[in-house]
Design a protein around this ligand. Structure first.
Ligand code: FCB
Length: 442
């Protein structure tokens, strides 16, 4: 594997998944706390009340990062920690926490990559309709300004929104994530508002942070037809529209994909589609979260005219996601050709959940996760060799954490967390990553 000398090597986390809710430190409630406490929504009724207790243990976690040799760390700010009601009064302890975290990172030679929104919307904004309220872009701009004024002197890398596809579809169409709504019209209104909020935040970042590098993070899932039957090819095209183009096209072309607008029809009533040109604010990079691919066949009765075909016999992770690294290579080349040109791509998440053994002799043996990382980094290096402008990679995740509706059962960390004692133990995949970074830098 060959990576450029100046490659960005990092790990990623998000606020609700690691920090703990800490109401005693003035943090307001968020939609995830509310959702998790609703019976039947999360496996075992688990919540992020304590998670990895990172709010209190951040120094230990930065020391872990340092021991891995990463030069970057992607984390998110909890909006209700800094603005407990979403707007108006700030929580000084919350702002101070992020300021201390950033200082600790910088003191250890680790560049902070700050995500403004990774799903923990203040509950009081949800009571006003959350992402379906047309004031969301203005609210998000206000919150963005607070963070850029507080940290913009030290944080130069900004990600606006993590995975708007999930906000819209998991949160508002299928209801399996907070806020747990099931309504196609609300889902597409929410998606629209994330596009506008991204554009608004980009403008605030540009105005307030000299030298900022800013962009969005999209989760992209390449769609492959189950056969070369033209109907299956069309099924994959629609799934690509649903999973990828609905989010890529606004950001890079300032418009929605026409085939999908036609397919969605009256679902889009009430949305001013032309407004989405505001999402096409010039970016400094595209963040891509990659986990797997979809294989699709035609189904005229399905809302998006396609259904998934499970690849029997292929390797799958504990999430049931197929391991198919070639899709990462092909995705990078496609983005280079069709969307980004030479604009840098950052892999802002990639990783896998497996059932791990308990720590033994000070390490957790996780050969499948280690293999997943090897295969995907190899695919990435092939894409780079063919000209894809990939400049960095963030392993998801630094440590086992609260995996949303799956609770604590699904472990994505390269560092093991014992949730009873909060003990952190490196997994074999972390040691492998550390060695690879050391070689890459050599
Ligand atoms: C992504 C999320 C991240 C994590 C991984 C497994 O969709 O951004 O928080 O849950 O999946």
């Amino acid at each position: 594997m060959d990576f450029p000398k100046d490659f960005i090597w990092g790990t990623a986390t998000s606020s609700y998944q690691i920090e703990g809710e800490t109401p005693e430190a003035g943090r307001g409630d968020c939609i995830w706390g509310h959702f998790a406490r609703t019976p039947g929504k999360v496996v075992n009724g688990e919540t992020g009340a304590v998670a990895c207790d990172h709010y209190y243990r951040y120094k230990e976690d930065v020391a872990l990062l340092k021991s891995l040799g990463v030069n970057a760390y992607r984390f998110s700010v909890s909006w209700p920690r800094v603005l407990p009601l979403g707007l108006g009064a700030t929580n000084a302890a919350g702002l101070d926490f992020y300021s201390r975290l950033v200082d600790e990172l910088l003191a250890n030679g680790i560049t902070p990559y700050l995500t403004l929104y990774h799903w923990d919307l203040p509950w009081s904004l949800q009571e006003l309709g959350g992402w379906t309220n047309k004031d969301m872009p203005a609210w998000f701009a206000e919150y963005t300004g607070l963070m850029t004024r507080t940290l913009g002197d030290r944080v130069k890398h900004w990600i606006t929104i993590n995975e708007p596809w999930c906000v819209a579809h998991l949160g508002h169409l299928w209801g399996v994530h907070a806020p747990g709504l099931r309504d196609p019209k609300l889902a597409y209104m929410a998606a629209h508002q994330t596009h506008l909020a991204h554009g608004a935040a980009m403008r605030v970042i540009r105005e307030t942070v000299p030298g900022a590098q800013a962009g969005i993070t999209l989760n992209l899932t390449p769609a492959y037809p189950a056969s070369d039957d033209p109907q299956d090819v069309l099924a994959a095209q629609y799934d690509d529209g649903f999973s990828n183009r609905w989010f890529l096209d606004p950001v890079f072309k300032g418009k929605y994909p026409a085939d999908m607008v036609e397919l969605l029809g009256e679902v889009l009533d009430g949305i001013d589609l032309d407004e989405v040109s505001a999402a096409a604010a010039p970016q400094d990079f595209l963040g891509v979260n990659f986990y797997s691919r979809g294989v699709k066949k035609w189904n005229p009765d399905a809302p998006f005219r396609n259904e998934g075909v499970k690849q029997e016999g292929a390797p799958h992770t504990a999430m049931g996601w197929e391991v198919y690294p070639q899709a990462l290579e092909e995705l990078m080349l496609r983005l280079h050709r069709e969307y980004v040109g030479d604009l840098p791509i950052l892999i802002t998440e990639n990783g896998a959940a497996y059932i791990d053994p308990e720590p033994s002799n000070g390490v957790v043996e996780d050969p499948q996760r280690a293999e997943y990382y090897r295969l995907h980094l190899d695919a990435l290096s092939r894409a780079i060799a063919q000209g894809a402008p990939v400049k960095g990679y963030f392993a998801w995740s630094l440590m086992d954490n609260y995996e949303w509706a799956e609770g604590y059962a699904k472990r994505f960390g390269i560092v093991h967390v014992d949730f009873e004692t909060q003990q952190r133990t490196l997994k074999r995949s972390a040691l492998q990553y550390r060695d690879l970074i050391a070689q890459g830098k050599a």
